[in-house]
Design a protein around this ligand. Structure first.
Ligand SMILES: Nc1nc2c(ncn2[C@@H]2O[C@H](COP(=O)(O)OP(=O)(O)OP(=O)(O)O)[C@@H](O)[C@H]2O)c(=O)[nH]1
Ligand SMILES: [Mg+2]
Length: 429
């Protein structure tokens, strides 16, 4: 069972009592005071265990207490300290007090937070020896441990979130690319709690993908399963928006896309503005093939990259899986993002027979043209810029791939500046 929020009472252990005791020695009726201090109470500590990803193990017990410190003893013996109570929580757990103030946000494996402190042990009478208290017949009580009502809220730690209408194939996709084994079935809301999967996309490289319950229009008002699961995507860096490209349930995939984005916007503007890749799923179904080019055209005009896949046959799945990894590696730096939003986009008619399906040409306000895309990025990465020959070779490859034609279509004229990655050159026919 998946539980992602709950309230519990935490109590630090009470400090042990200090002891009242006097040395007893032969021929001495009453020796000096030798009552030891009480032991400190244990603390309640929340600790991140990266092996769990739900709070469900805490749902039966509403109260967690650390051990009390033991009382002090004669002969100056200190009472034993109470043991801490360790509560394991999944990474991504935020802790709030009763007033809703955030106390901690626990994300790193092994991270610990003392949420309720144990009371200090009381002092034994041995501590009260200086005159005038020659024979103190009292000791302190131990201090009470802290008591708090806290709220734990889990926001899963995933790098990538899968969003889309119910039944579009989100769970089928995660089960294909990771070891996650969610339920898959041909009805809406098969998935009722989030699934996490670790996706290995290259040697020693992986990311965490979250499959959440399907959304429908009106989710923010509680339609379907509501939108509360979107909280688990709040820490992601990228969304994969999955669409049934075959329109097998009679809905228009364009409308689906718009509906879901509206729900994202209503939930959080950060989520709505995360980078999205579009997975056009179910391309194995008849009907999908005819829809494909118009759909890709539509979404590319809106500025999105599309990945046609079949989560059932596996077609296109590896490409998308790797592309997600590549995009995560290229996490935009804040300043770079700012420049891009300033750019005015020039819409280019995409040519899908070409090898560069996701090429994008944007015109900046200063009049230069920025080229972005898979092949160009790869070539720029590989080119040794100080050498003119290397640059010439790269430009030749890009010309061969039809880049110059695309640049002309985008309105680039002789002498205009073209920027590809770190390379900047003047366009000359
Ligand atoms: N033909 C075809 N069927 C698919 C494809 N992907 C998923 N399906 C089927 O679509 C149905 C729904 O798939 P799920 O993976 O459960 O869909 P979901 O998006 O997780 O659905 P919810 O959990 O309800 O939100 C199942 O019957 C799948 O077998 C695909 O690429 N092609
Ligand atoms: Mg599902």
């Amino acid at each position: 069972m998946f539980v992602d929020e709950l309230e519990i009472l935490v109590k630090g252990g009470n400090g042990g009592k200090g002891a009242v005791s006097f040395r007893r020695e032969k021929y001495e009726a009453l020796g000096g005071p030798d009552g030891g201090d009480g032991g400190d109470g244990g603390n309640v500590v929340l600790k991140v265990d990266k092996g769990i990803n739900t709070l469900s193990h805490l749902r039966y017990n509403k109260e967690y207490r650390a051990e009390d410190g033991a009382s002090g003893q004669e002969r100056n013996k200190q009472g034993k300290a109470g043991q801490d109570k360790i509560i394991n929580v999944p990474p991504g757990t935020t802790v709030y007090d009763q007033e809703g103030n955030q106390l901690a946000d626990l994300t790193a494996a092994g991270e610990a937070f003392m949420v309720a402190k144990g009371g200090e042990g009381g002092r034994g009478n041995a501590r009260f020896t200086p005159p005038p208290r020659q024979a103190p017949r009292f000791a302190e009580e131990g201090e009470s441990g802290e008591v708090k009502q806290i709220k734990l809220e889990l926001k899963l730690l995933a790098d990538v979130g899968l969003v889309g209408y119910p039944n579009v194939g989100k769970s089928t996709f995660i089960s294909h690319v990771s070891a996650a084994k969610p339920e898959i079935a041909n009805y809406h809301f098969t998935t009722i709690t989030p699934n996490l999967g670790v996706v290995e996309y290259a040697e020693y490289k992986s990311y965490v993908l979250a499959d959440i319950p399907g959304l429908i229009s009106g989710a923010h008002q509680g339609e379907g399963l509501g939108d509360k699961f979107l909280r688990h995507l709040e820490r992601t860096k990228l969304l994969v928006h999955m669409i049934d490209a075959s329109g097998s349930e009679g809905r228009d995939p364009r409308q689906d896309f718009a509906d879901i984005n509206e729900e994202l916007e209503k939930f959080s503007s950060r989520l709505a503005h995360l980078e999205q890749l579009i997975a056009l799923n179910k391309i194995d179904l008849t009907g999908a093939k005819d829809n494909l080019v118009p759909l890709i055209n539509h979404f590319q005009k809106l500025g999105y990259s599309c990945y046609p896949i079949s989560a059932v046959t596996g077609e296109g799945v590896q490409v998308l899986k790797k592309e997600i990894g590549r995009r995560l590696e290229k996490e935009p730096k804040a300043e770079e993002e700012a420049v891009v939003t300033e750019e005015e986009e020039v819409v280019i008619e995409p040519d899908f027979s070409s090898e560069i399906p996701d090429i994008k040409i944007m015109k900046t306000k200063s009049g230069s043209y920025v080229v972005k895309g898979k092949l160009t990025d790869k070539l720029v990465d590989k080119t040794d810029f100080p050498s003119d020959e290397a640059v010439q070779r790269m430009v030749n490859i890009l010309k061969g791939e039809g880049l110059y034609k695309k640049l002309r279509q985008a309105g680039v004229k002789e002498g205009d500046t073209v920027i590809i990655g770190t390379l900047e050159f003047d366009y000359i026919e």
